[in-house]
Design a binder for this molecule. Structure first.
Ligand SMILES: *[C@@H]1O[C@H](CO)[C@@H](O)[C@H](O)[C@H]1NC(C)=O
Length: 404
């Protein structure tokens, strides 16, 4: 007996079971169900597949290299240094063609500074003194320019003076730029060479037009419609695209972000992967009036005179910093994301059916009668625990035993 029972169990594995449906003649829930189905299908086709390209495998780990080169010449005429010609090697810092580069537009030069004793700048608050005791010998001044010598330099005994310091003298004078000194800097051009690579798809491209015409890069200027593959930008055009006037930025300096965005649909082919440029000013805050706008820093040039004494020229430079960032992603058809998205779409359909069940059974007036039909209650017989044949179970595999 036990043997035939096990055999029956085993054979029932190969019976095909199909679900039984209850048709509820309720048009409200019917329409609701169709609407849910329709919106889920719309979501899957319209959003997941067409808009988000859910059938594609994507690669967002873009590898990129940026090389820059600035061209243009400017002439300055200042009382400190006379007529000076500025080439890219002078005004681009650092000069080796980085993705982050600073272009000098204005400067204050303090020429021929020499190590020695002189008065601290009156703007340095910790350098103020009434008498020599305020200037302790050998002490540094916080945010000052040198080491105190122990003397207080003032006009007379009672007035406030400044401590004498050992430093590079003369000290830089106070300065507020009146306007850009490299006045034609907006006409300088920047060549941005960008190579990208998507390792997952072994796809490489550059933002420079592929042509044999060597004079192309000499003549062209970037234009979104006419020359999208000409990577030569006039500095004035870059700030204009970011929404600012170059001359306004040039006086106190600023910072501009250039984003090169590559969105590549590799199903369409090589020529459908274009660089897109976005320009933004980065150093501006919501409230226009702030002490934080502008950009300047100091740098020095050292030299010795004929007698071998060491001198330096101090430059406080103002300018615009350009920060080139590359973002991108590539997508290509792949069966696995397609299958996952179709599967999750079908699962959503199931959620629709569940929701309609809830409405039908618990929110409708006749919900009770539907519930009675949907959930059939069964009573198990107490006595026949061993006689499996008559006990009805919830497990559909076991219900098959009733046919013996
Ligand atoms: C820039 O170049 C244009 C055309 O060559 C010229 O008209 C303009 O004056 C220049 N701008 C500056 C600030 O030098």
């Amino acid at each position: 007996m036990a043997g035939s029972f096990l055999k029956g169990r085993f054979l029932s594995l190969f019976d095909y079971k199909t679900e039984k449906y209850i048709v509820a003649k309720n048009k409200k829930v019917g329409v609701l169900y169709r609407l849910i189905q329709l919106s889920i299908i719309g979501y899957i086709i319209g959003w997941v597949f067409l808009s988000k390209k859910g059938y594609q495998e994507t690669d967002e780990a873009i590898q990129s290299s940026v090389i820059t080169k600035v061209k243009g010449v400017s002439v300055t005429n200042t009382s400190e240094s006379g007529l000076v010609v500025w080439g890219p090697e002078d005004y681009v810092i650092p000069p080796q063609g980085e993705a982050v580069l600073f272009i000098v537009t204005s400067f204050l030069e303090t020429p021929t500074q020499k190590l020695g004793y002189c008065a601290e700048n009156a703007k340095v608050l910790n350098g103020h003194c009434q008498d020599d005791e305020d200037c302790e010998k050998g002490k540094m001044i916080v945010a000052g320019n040198g080491i105190m010598s122990g003397r207080c330099l003032g006009k007379n005994k009672n007035s406030t003076g400044t401590c004498e310091i050992y430093a590079w003298c003369p000290i830089e004078r106070n300065f507020k730029p009146q306007g850009p000194l490299l006045s034609n800097a907006e006409n300088f051009t920047m060549y941005i060479k960008n190579f990208i690579h998507f390792p997952k798809f072994s796809f490489s491209k550059s933002n420079v037009l592929e042509t044999n015409d060597y004079s192309y890069l000499k003549k062209c200027r970037y234009d979104e419609q006419l020359h999208p593959y000409c990577p030569i930008f006039r500095l004035g055009d870059i700030t204009r695209r970011a929404g600012y006037n170059f001359q306004d930025m040039a006086t106190f300096g600023g910072s501009i972000g250039i984003v090169i965005q590559w969105d590549c649909d590799l199903d369409k082919g090589y020529s459908y992967c274009h660089p897109q440029y976005h320009f933004t000013r980065l150093d501006i805050s919501i409230s226009e009036k702030t002490i934080a706008t502008g950009f300047n820093f100091r740098q020095t040039q050292y030299f010795r005179n004929a007698a071998g004494e060491r001198y330096r020229s101090l430059f406080k430079v103002y300018g615009v910093r350009f920060n080139i960032m590359v973002h991108g992603k590539a997508g290509k058809f792949n069966i696995i994301p397609t299958a996952i998205n179709v599967g999750s779409g079908l699962a959503l359909m199931g959620a629709g059916a569940f929701f309609c069940d809830m409405v039908l059974l618990y929110l409708m007036k006749k919900g009770d009668s539907y519930r009675e039909r949907k959930f059939e209650e069964t009573k198990s017989k107490k006595s026949s625990a061993e006689d499996n044949n008559v006990e009805e179970r919830n497990d559909p595999m076991e219900q098959e035993n009733l046919t013996f």
